[in-house]
Design a protein around this ligand. Structure first.
Ligand code: SF4
Length: 382
């Protein structure tokens, strides 16, 4: 049921839980693609969309998994399910693994209004790509980007990884150079984290040591702005005006709808997780785990998300949402972190300093209520 309700979330994330092959470091919700399962999943997505009140969307993000692992007719059907909501959509992103892209699929993306692509580049080192069990080359990414541009999808983001086992600084620098040759509009760079329930986790493979990782991060943050890519978030860099509008919804702590297994959503003071397992989602596409957030939870979460941004949190926005001044709640922590040179407060925005950015998790712990003193790092987060 589609409504024009003005107060509905204006952002939607849809998770496609299929990949053609499984990367050894991946702990996202994924299954090896099988057409019959994907057909059943599409029916579940249809049911969830029909049972969800969705207004006009400003941003849509189809992630995964690998959305382009779907056969063309199923991709067409999926995109068609979202057509009714995209009249006002400004940014419509799809994640792509280059080896799954064909001219036919790009034509479908264009037909259904997709205007931004996030391509998995990861590294230019083909030995490392094999170690990660990724089945593409840097040339495949170049060709995918060219194919997208030929069909007027010209807002292109590349994902890169660093702190990979065996990766050297020279290898990272070469990867960034090769990525820049593709002239992306946006770059996301994530350090490898090894989760126990992955091939890497089971094999005891580890990322590089913390010092090397820190050196790599520092080099990335220093280098990309020199090429016209502003760091606007802890792991994200963009040409002016090409920041990810959809991801800014998360970092500005606004509401969003989550569709399919592995997705989450937030509406007002309710955060929800869709089932992590595909089988559970197929059994009941409308079931979800809801968590009612207290005012205190939401204030902390707004800080947690906002401090990831280079320009931090708008203090006016905070007081508009919670009816209280940010300093009345966190004044003592802010003074302490400012004195240590980790936060800066220009009177209108509270943000991490250059020194504070790499230490974000330690800074955030200081904002937690005293009873909670641990903080799990976000995926790929520094
Ligand atoms: S990293 Fe991406 S492509 Fe690789 S298995 Fe995970 S979801 Fe699939």
């Amino acid at each position: 049921m589609m409504t024009a309700a003005a107060n509905r979330p204006q952002a939607l994330y849809l998770h496609v839980p299929f990949c053609r092959t499984i990367c050894y470091y991946c702990d996202f919700c994924h299954e090896v693609y099988r057409r019959e399962t994907a057909m059943a999943w599409l029916q579940a997505v249809k049911k969830q969309l029909e049972g969800t009140e969705i207004g006009p969307l400003k941003t849509i993000y189809i992630g995964g998994g690998t959305p382009t692992s779907l056969d063309p007719d199923l991709l067409d059907e999926l995109l068609g399910l979202l057509d009714p909501y995209r009249r006002d959509t400004e940014e419509y992103t799809i994640e792509i693994n280059p080896e799954t892209l064909t001219d036919e699929k790009v034509e479908l993306l264009r037909k259904h209004g997709v205007n931004r692509a996030s391509l998995g580049f990861q590294t230019a080192d083909e030995t490392l790509l094999q170690k990660l069990n990724r089945h593409h080359t840097p040339q495949d990414v170049e060709q995918a980007a060219a194919c997208l541009r030929n069909h007027d999808i010209d807002n292109i983001s590349l994902d890169l990884m660093y702190s990979l086992p065996g990766q050297t600084m020279v290898s990272l620098q070469d990867s960034v150079r090769r990525a820049l040759e593709i002239r992306p509009d946006h770059l996301s760079l994530y350090s490898l984290t090894v989760e126990p329930d992955t091939v890497f986790g089971r094999r005891g493979i580890e990322p590089l040591d913390e010092d090397t990782e820190a050196d790599m991060y520092e080099w990335i943050c220093r280098t990309l702005p020199a090429y016209g890519y502003e760091q606007y978030e802890i792991s994200n860099f963009a040409r002016p005006g090409r920041e990810s509008r959809h991801n800014l919804v998360y970092w500005h702590y606004e509401d969003f709808i989550g569709i399919s297994c592995g997705a989450s959503g937030k509406e007002g003071n309710v955060r929800y997780d869709m089932p992590a397992r595909l089988s559970a989602y197929l059994a009941d596409p409308l079931a979800r785990d809801e968590l009612a957030l207290s005012e205190e939870d939401m204030m902390f979460e707004m800080i947690m998300m906002g401090l990831r941004l280079k320009n931090g949190i708008s203090e006016a926005d905070f007081s508009r949402r919670f009816g209280i001044d940010l300093h009345d709640i966190y004044g003592e922590v802010i003074s302490r972190m400012t004195a240590r040179g980790l936060l800066a407060d220009d009177g209108g925005r509270l943000a991490c300093t250059e020194a504070g950015f790499p230490l974000l998790n330690s800074v955030l712990v200081e904002f937690l209520p005293e009873t909670e003193n641990t903080l799990a790092p976000a995926a790929g987060e520094w």
